[in-house]
Design a protein around this ligand. Sequence first.
Ligand code: CP
Length: 307
Amino acid sequence: MALQSKDLLGIQSLSEGELRVILDTAANFATVAARPVKKVPALRGRTVANLFYEPSTRTRISFELAAKRLSADFINITAATSSAATGETLTDTAKTVEAMQVDFLVVRHSMAGAAHQLARQVQCSVINAGDGPHEHPTQTLVDLFTIWEHKKRFEGLGVAILGDHPRSPVTISNIYGLKKMGAEVTLVGPSTLMPPGIEQFGVRVATRVEDGIAGADVILLSRVEITDANRLQIPSLREYARFYCLTPRRLALAAEDALVLHSGSMNRGVEISPEVADYAFPLMVQQVTNGIAARMAVLYLLAGERE
Ligand code: CP
C-alpha cells in the first residue's frame, strides 16, 4: 500500500517512504500540466468536496483544479455560503455532504484538530487543508516538492524558517516533513515567537536573523501580520521588519543558490522586502503551480488506498 491511512491529516503521521511516494507521484502529475489536454481519467466517477471555513486562494483553487484534472466531480462549499452560516456544526455539515456520496472532504478550519475529528466521524477520505496553527500537510508537500525539483536532495540541506511560528499554518508541518527527509532546520525569529519546547522537534533556534540564515540552502517564509492573537508578541510590524525582514543584504548571507519560498500571501516590507519579493517571485509562482501536482498526487494515492 502506498499510504497507510484513508485520510491525510498531517505530516506527523506520514513515514519518509510515504512522503517519497507522494513526491514521486507529484512529479508524474506535473507532466500532465504541460500537455495540451491537462486531464487524466484516474478519478472518473469520484467526487471531491472542498469544505472551507477560512479564506484561501492557493489551497482551495489548487484542490479544485487537481480534482478536475483527475476527472473527478467537484463541489466547493464555504462557511459563508452554506448552512454553517446558520450555526450548523462542522460535523453535521460534513455528514450532510458525505450523504451525497462524496469520496473526499478537503477541510480548512481554524480549529486545530478539526480534520482529525471529522476523519473519525465520516467514512470518506478527509484531507486537512490547514487546521489553524496545527498542520497544513499539503502546503508542506508543495514546499518539499519545489525544494526537491531544485536541489535534488534533502539530506543535510540547511533550511531556515521565518514567520509567526505559533500561528503559522505550516511551520509545524514543514518541521515534520523536512526532518523526516533529513534536512537541518533552523527556526528564526524573536524569542516571543518561538513555541515553547520547539527544540524537542530537533530544530535549531536562532533569534538573530543573521545567525539563522547564514549559509542556508532554503529560506521558507510565511506571512507576518498583527492580529488580536499575537499583539503582545509582536510590538510593531516596523520593529519586526527592522530585525527580521529578508532584505537583499540578509539574503546575501545565505548560500549563493539559496531558494526563497513563501507559503501564502506576502506582506511586502514586513517578512520580505519588495526587492527580495520581486527576485523570488518566479519561484513562488512555480510553488503555486506545483500545488496542483502535489494535490493530484494526494487525491490519487488516497483513492488507491480506498480500493
Ligand atoms: N498556502 C496557503 O495555504 O495559501 P491559501 O491560504 O491561499 O490557501
